[in-house]
Design a protein around this ligand. Structure first.
Ligand SMILES: Nc1nc2c(ncn2[C@@H]2O[C@H](COP(=O)(O)OP(=O)(O)OP(=O)(O)O)[C@@H](O)[C@H]2O)c(=O)[nH]1
Ligand SMILES: [Mg+2]
Length: 409
């Protein structure tokens, strides 16, 4: 039991302080009038002192509650339409002027570079095709070195430590240098870099509900064990509990023993129907069965990106589903090389959103920037643990950007 002392100019104020600090569970042990110490304070009005007690584990409970609320709030945020182009004329004018200033800066910068001795030249951004061709599977420490001015070098190193692809990191740093010049201050570099990275990451998009009264069909795909079924259950629970939507689930995973049981268990807890299909031809009938729902979530079996036959089957299933949204799930713990390989295996998908799982297992977030840079697909949710439904949130781009920038002190 923790005992704390609170002072207020009256009893109400002192008790309010107790509740703000310890919550409603606090027990008031004693109240009394006290005179403040010090010569001048002798003449002041007496204060009210309240002694209050609360359980030892209150702090832990409070933190858990706080996290819970913030996660729920994150998931509760209703999906918003993101306009493809800005409609505000003023904004267009500003961005037009910005582009002009940028290209003038770039021109000046190039002239300046040409006047410099060869060894002092910075590494400038390269065209996308060249970047792809030059991307090496595993870079040697020498290849990771750069010849940037100190401040840029430090930020570049942070990106590399975060496993951002070398060519992506070089391109980003090059872009920042083009924007503000080589002699910019740390703060300016950090601020422009922040803007460039958050600009690349873009605004995350969540499930966009259909507006024609038909159910929105959402499908989860991705490598084995990344968390497709668990994430599907988290999304289902959030739609049902927070948005009061009618949710149906379909599983096409009859390959792994217990896969169906896993989804059925979640469905039972959440009080939702689940349909099991054994072949892609059964899918449209299963979707019809859920025509009274607002959202239909389809779980698929984990597919190794190395298995061509399994991939063909997945393609058939995806085309049978004709889903409104497909989420490609990637574990944040995947190595950059594997991530690249997985993504290139899924490039048969016309459109999809990127969803990263297991962010609780790693501090390294370069995979997110790499994937976004490589695919240009929208980011969406992240998952941060095994708990259903709590451990899911809409990706906080600002947080990811700050993590990628790191500290250079
Ligand atoms: N630490 C952590 N574990 C997670 C997260 N999401 C899922 N898991 C765990 O990862 C394991 C696999 O999760 P599943 O949901 O079964 O993964 P899956 O992609 O459906 O797997 P397959 O269907 O076999 O391909 C389980 O132990 C989950 O509890 C997460 O965000 N963080
Ligand atoms: Mg599964």
């Amino acid at each position: 039991m923790k005992i704390r002392r609170y002072l207020g100019s009256n009893t109400q104020e002192a008790i309010l302080k107790v509740k703000m600090d310890l919550g409603n569970d606090a027990v008031i042990l004693n109240t009394r009038k006290v005179r403040q110490k010090g010569f001048l304070k002798i003449f002041a009005k007496p204060m009210i002192e309240v002694l209050a007690a609360v359980d030892d584990d209150y702090g832990t409970k409070k933190e858990a509650q706080r996290q819970n609320i913030s996660q729920q709030a994150a998931v509760k945020e209703p999906p918003k339409e993101i306009p493809a182009v800005k409609t505000d004329g003023k904004d267009e004018k500003i961005s037009e002027l910005e582009t002009k200033v940028n290209s003038m800066e770039m021109l000046l910068h190039k002239i300046y570079d040409q006047l410099q001795p060869a060894s002092a030249q910075p590494v400038l951004p390269q065209p996308v095709e060249q970047r792809a061709a030059e991307q090496k599977a595993e870079a040697s420490p020498q290849e990771k070195q750069s010849t940037y001015p100190k401040v840029f070098e430090l930020f570049y190193n942070n990106l590399i430590k975060n496993e951002v692809e070398i060519e992506t990191a070089k391109r980003i740093i090059g872009l920042v240098m083009e924007k503000i010049g080589q002699n910019a201050s740390v703060n300016d570099v950090a601020s422009v870099l922040n803007n460039v990275i958050s600009g690349i990451l873009g605004k995350p998009e969540t499930v966009r509900m259909r507006e024609d009264g038909k159910p929105t069909v959402v499908m989860m795909v991705g490598p084995t064990g990344v968390g497709k079924t668990t994430t599907l259950a988290k999304i289902a629970a959030n739609y049902a509990l927070n948005h009061k939507k009618k949710v149906g689930m379909i599983t096409a995973d009859t390959y792994r023993i217990a896969a169906v049981e896993q989804l059925k268990t979640y469905a039972e807890i959440l009080g939702m129907p689940v349909t099991v299909i054994y072949s892609p031809s059964e899918l449209s009938e299963a979707i019809n069965q859920h025509s009274d729902k607002d959202v239909i979530l389809i779980d698929t079996a984990g597919r190794s990106h190395k298995n061509k036959a399994q991939f063909e089957e997945l393609k058939t299933l995806i085309s049978a589903a004709n889903a409104d949204e497909i989420y490609l799930l990637l574990s944040a713990t995947t190595s950059p090389r594997n991530c690249k390989e997985i993504i290139s295996n899924y490039n048969f998908l016309k459109d999809y959103k990127l969803l990263f799982t297991k962010l609780d297992e790693t501090q390294i977030t370069g995979i997110i920037l790499n994937a976004r840079f490589m695919t240009n697909k929208s980011l969406s949710y992240i998952t941060t643990g095994q708990s259903v439904p709590d451990d899911i949130e809409i990706m906080n781009v600002d947080k990811i950007t700050k993590n990628l920038l790191g500290s250079i002190t």
